[in-house]
Design a protein around this ligand. Structure first.
Ligand code: ATR
Length: 451
């Protein structure tokens, strides 16, 4: 059984998330045995969080649209996250998940890494939505001086400023009321996300008051805001460094480590590359079949080759129940074991795993409900081998309790009988059948992944 920790990000949609790039590179560079994937939760966030906990997941990131909703499912919430009113990181504790906000500390660390200090500085924040509100909270706690909060809808700026002494709400049209001075500009509107978007304020004199500008948007990398400041010779950065550091701080919570500047820089490069290349997670691969059909070998090889997560239902059952499979059979019988399997598949399904290879116990399809759940989880591949091949593959294996204390002829007969009993169930449960007798791993992988 592997002790690989499972991590991931919950959101909807989430297929194109960059977070796995951050965390999987961190694990590699820091030599930590963990794998990070994404969970597409379309409904019932509470059930998904419950499943994540009982599946033993060590840490989660939470993104759009769940950063507020998730707070009710935390057993504890960090003070800063409470103040900001949003949680983007869950850390496993003995009683449940504790919620943190690493977005704002991430922005603060991104600015520090660029040599930008906020203490005693005057700031102009553009926008007064959820992101701007969180940024204001961070700026105040970092000791910023006066903050001018410029927004199209003045009431939203006023709602934020009413909570702080040093925030001045400014209507978009009144921007000239801001006294001439040196400011750090932070762009928190959604302007720039869409092609053809313009500037909130189109006046060079306004932007000339900036000695540094940060845009929370990172895709596109160059927004009208960034481009305007650059044309005036003003240093800027985009939100990619905030994305990086919110991930790094989450990772530091999960593993109680501290990530060096050198490693942060390396991960940043990977992130930039991934953003240029585009990312998209694979659909899940489910492997079913009799023992010895190659589920583990093939599953691990696919996970390795395609950067996917490998799960084994038997391993997960051992891990989550704390019992061995023979113990479960002894205590609860086969029905009891199948109940545990069904419950496990329900949890995997409710958590919305993406990019995952799931290898299953040989008898999992004996229950119709399990076959249905597997089809919901991903593409089901039946790895098929003849009784003779199976016999050759498993005969020397002393780790399979079912095969112990049996002479060769008895074993051969039993395998033949079981495969013939189960064949129709495997075939009915599968989307595709892949014959593995030739033992050609690359060909089998190709057949599975090229479908
Ligand atoms: P977020 O959570 O990312 O902050 P939001 O709460 O929807 O998202 O806020 C979006 C911000 O972009 C707001 O400040 C919004 O201005 P309003 O409060 O007036 O809506 C600003 N914004 C979006 N589109 C805009 C546009 N076309 N012109 C000016 N401001 C715009």
């Amino acid at each position: 059984m592997s002790n690989k920790e499972i991590l991931g990000v919950i959101g909807n949609p989430i297929k194109h998330t960059l977070s796995p790039v951050i965390h999987n590179n961190l694990s590699e560079l820091m030599d930590i045995n963990a794998v990070y994937t994404a969970f597409n939760v379309e409904e019932d966030l509470g059930a998904a969080i419950g499943s994540a906990y009982s599946l033993g997941i060590k840490g989660l990131n939470i993104t759009v649209p769940y950063k507020q909703e998730v707070m009710q499912y935390c057993t504890e919430i960090d003070e800063l996250a409470e103040k900001i009113g949003a949680v983007n990181t869950l850390v496993r504790t003995d009683s449940g998940f504790k919620g943190y906000n690493t977005d704002m500390p991430g922005l603060a660390r991104a600015l520090k890494s660029k040599g930008v200090s906020l203490e005693g500085r005057k700031i102009i924040v553009l926008g007064a939505g959820g992101a701007a509100r969180a940024v204001c909270t961070m700026l105040v706690s970092e000791g910023a001086d006066t903050i001018y909060l410029v927004n199209r809808t003045i009431a939203k700026a006023e709602a934020i400023s009413s909570q702080y002494e040093n925030i001045v709400p400014v209507a978009q049209a009144d921007y000239k009321s801001i006294p001439d001075d040196r400011y750090i500009f932070i762009q928190c509107t959604s302007l720039g996300l869409k092609e053809g978007d313009g500037l909130l304020i189109d006046d060079d004199e306004f932007y000339k008051m900036a000695d540094y500008g940060y845009d929370l948007i990172y895709n596109p990398a160059v927004t009208p805001f960034i481009s305007k400041l650059n044309s005036l010779g003003i240093q800027t950065d985009n939100g990619l460094s905030m994305l990086l550091y919110q991930g790094i701080i989450a990772y530091e919570y999960w593993f109680n480590v501290s990530v060096s500047d050198e490693i942060s820089g390396k991960v940043y490069e990977k992130l930039q590359q991934a953003l240029e290349d585009g990312t998209s997670l694979n659909q899940n691969v489910v492997l079913i079949g009799y023992m010895g059909s190659g589920k583990t070998t093939v599953g691990k090889a696919i996970a390795e080759k395609y950067g996917m997560v490998f799960l084994d239902t038997d391993d997960l059952i051992v891990k989550t129940t704390g019992k061995t499979i023979p113990e479960i059979f002894e205590e609860s019988g086969e029905q009891g074991f199948r109940d545990i399997e069904t419950e496990l598949l329900r949890k995997i399904s409710s958590l919305g795993f993406l990019n995952t290879v799931i290898s299953t116990g040989g008898g999992i399809v004996l229950r119709a409900e399990n076959a249905e759940l597997l089809k919901k989880i991903g593409k089901v591949n039946y790895l098929k081998a003849t009784p003779e091949t199976t016999f050759e593959r498993v005969k020397g294996d002393t780790n399979r309790p079912l095969l112990k204390a049996e002479d060769e002829e008895g074993l051969r007969a039993r395998i033949t009988q079981m495969i013939s009993d189960r064949m129709s169930k495997y075939e009915a449960a599968a989307d595709v059948t892949i014959v593995t007798d030739d033992g050609d791993l690359n060909r089998v992988i190709k057949d599975i992944m090229n479908m």
